[in-house]
Design a protein around this ligand. Structure first.
Ligand SMILES: [Fe+2]
Ligand SMILES: [Fe+2]
Length: 237
């Protein structure tokens, strides 16, 4: 694979998700801010670009770890997959994490006041993400499926670029919120005195953030740009 300073971060991850781990290790956001070049992202994070490119090449040549080629999937399949895998996951984990976090904040909040902030941030995320998923499931994804099956109609929202830009804005908000949660929890590292529930809660939160990154990546870097492209192509023909 050819990777240079000019390669777009999100496009590379869309081609090969194995490279996401390398970006993550260097604190480079590949989902909400995936539209940067590797050179720009390295500048911002003070990462040595040649070393990063070498690590990326290494990750994409890792034969022990196969890459799922989401880019080759039809868009209705990708929308179904995102909804059935990632949306279901978000919903079930919100109801699992919320009571754990409330308990941990109540019991340990005095010694670890950051837990109260984490609980506040996560509950805001739970409310807004639930609304966000509903909009995708009730408006955007049905439009994608219908366009794949029947061609472009006359949606109430005008061009699909309109709801997509709202969704991307909401992704950025969630990305920022989870960046704060990661900072407050020292990257989900429980303190020495943490009890079992505390540890489990942190590992659930960490997994939740990782799943959210893949979920947002699939939408921002693959599903959404391809949907805009499909609408353009179909309206030209
Ligand atoms: Fe989604
Ligand atoms: Fe989304």
């Amino acid at each position: 694979m050819n990777i240079t300073q000019e390669t777009i971060v999100g496009e590379l991850v869309a081609k090969d998700y194995r490279t996401a781990t390398v970006f993550k290790e260097h604190g480079i956001d590949f989902c909400c801010n995936g539209n940067r070049t590797i050179g720009e992202a390295c500048d911002k994070k003070h990462v040595e670009v040649d070393m990063l490119i070498e690590n990326l090449l290494h990750a994409s040549a890792d034969s022990g770890n196969t890459n799922i080629d989401y880019q080759s999937w039809p868009l209705d399949l990708l929308a179904d997959y995102i909804e059935k895998k990632h949306h279901r996951y978000v919903k079930s984990r919100i109801s699992e994490i919320t009571p754990f976090l409330q308990k941990v904040a109540r019991v340990h909040g005095e010694r670890h006041p950051e837990l109260l902030q984490v609980e506040y941030l996560f509950s805001a995320s739970a409310i807004e993400l639930t609304e966000h998923l509903k909009k995708e499931e009730q408006i955007l994804f049905p439009y994608i499926r219908k366009t794949v099956a029947e061609g472009p109609g006359r949606p109430a929202f005008g061009s699909v670029e309109n709801p997509i830009s709202v969704m991307m804005e909401e992704h950025s908000n969630e990305g920022e919120r989870f960046e704060k949660i990661a900072t407050l929890t020292n990257n989900y590292t429980p303190p020495e005195d943490a009890c079992n529930t505390y540890r489990v809660t942190f590992s659930l939160l960490k997994e939740f953030e990782e799943d959210l990154h893949l979920h947002i990546h699939l939408e921002n870097n693959i599903l959404f740009p391809k949907t805009i492209e499909m609408e353009k192509q179909l309206s030209l023909s």
